[in-house]
Ligand binder design. Structure first.
Ligand SMILES: C[S@@+](CC[C@H](N)C(=O)[O-])C[C@H]1O[C@@H](n2cnc3c(N)ncnc32)[C@H](O)[C@@H]1O
Length: 320
């Protein structure tokens, strides 16, 4: 595994400092270290509908087959692949019609970068797992291993829920060459009514239990324990909030009292009662996600939605 400089101790210290000063913990930290990766896998097993319902694989398989027919011979760049099972469908589809594809899984977690490479065994060709922050995507095109003439399928599965749209989409648009494809998923609010304010809010309310549960709170609370600040904060609570026009579930805890303490080489002052956001997860609707894509210069070519209406995956290209 190649470990990018974004995982160096000084870079991580800077992120920890920024997290507290912005009042929002960077999602990056929820996957750092073997323990966090394990707790996240526990949440996934207990609450991600995918693990109990094979119907969730179907749209990923469909989209993988379509993408392989649109971009035969492409190499695969996986952003935040986690356990890498969805990317395996893409690699399998490419390998079925040609040589085993070159594979670059990039994940903040060393454990998950390695796990995603393992998951590609037997279907990927040369595999170069990279542990690093996704910010490195901005420099990827200029890096020595990036052959400009190679066609790519970039995957970004399960990432759009945990990023503000204005931070998530621009680097993806910048990464794509004219013939490249992006496969991107979104978690959806399963609409039972119209996609208006009321219908959207009700669809979100119907899935609140996916967030507010013991496994998720344990996973998220572990970061506060690791950082030695859990005792200074009240309990973690989930509530619904809108972020850049998209409804989401936000977990936060409030500082119990005014406090000043040393933090990453400087003094940090917490105000009693002020919230610290620990996590958020956005739920789009298909129309809202496609409007976002269009707003960032991306054009959806195909879409597949899981039967429950809770997740969808798109094939996207850069608008020409
Ligand atoms: C919600 S999981 C999604 C995993 C997988 N793609 C899936 O759909 O099941 C988010 C993944 O992105 C990685 N990740 C989160 N923040 C990151 C960052 N800033 N840079 C690189 N990877 C990151 C995590 O380690 C984790 O593997």
């Amino acid at each position: 595994v190649i470990v990018d400089s974004s995982l160096r101790a000084d870079a991580i210290a800077r992120r920890r400092a920024d997290s507290l000063s912005r009042g929002a913990i960077d999602h990056f930290f929820h996957y750092q270290g073997a323990r966090q990766a394990q707790l996240w896998l526990d949440v996934h097993r207990a609450h991600a509908p995918r693990f109990s319902d094979p119907a969730f694989d179907r749209p990923y398989r469909e989209i993988a087959a379509l993408a392989a027919s649109l971009a035969p011979g492409a190499e695969v760049v996986a952003l935040g692949p986690g356990a890498g099972s969805k990317e395996r469908f893409v690699l399998e589809a490419l390998a079925a019609g040609g040589p085993a594809p070159r594979y670059l899984p990039i994940d903040a977690s060393v454990e998950l970068a390695l796990l995603s490479a393992d998951a590609a065994a037997g279907v990927a060709g040369e595999t170069v797992p990279i542990a690093g922050d996704l910010e490195l995507v901005r420099d990827l095109r200029a890096s020595p291993g990036w052959a400009p003439d190679r066609r790519r399928i970039v995957t970004a599965f399960g990432l759009s829920p945990n990023a503000e749209p204005s931070r998530f989409f621009p680097p993806l648009t910048a990464l794509l060459g004219p013939d490249d494809l992006l496969l991107v998923s979104a978690n959806l609010a399963p609409l039972a009514l119209e996609d208006d304010r009321d219908g959207y809010a009700r669809a979100c309310a119907a899935i609140a239990a996916q967030y507010d549960n013991a496994e998720t709170l344990r996973w998220l609370g572990q970061v506060l324990a690791d950082w030695g600040i859990a005792g200074r904060l009240g309990p973690l609570r989930f509530e619904q909030q809108t972020i850049e026009g998209i409804n989401g579930f936000v977990a936060s805890a409030n500082w119990l009292a005014d406090a000043t303490f040393a933090w990453e080489g400087a003094e940090f002052t917490a105000r009693g009662g002020a919230p610290l956001r620990v996590f958020f997860s956005l739920r789009y609707t298909p129309a809202r996600f496609e409007a976002m894509l269009a707003g960032y210069g991306l054009e959806p070519l195909e879409r597949a939605v899981v039967a429950t209406g809770e997740e969808a995956v798109w094939i996207v290209r850069r608008r020409r």
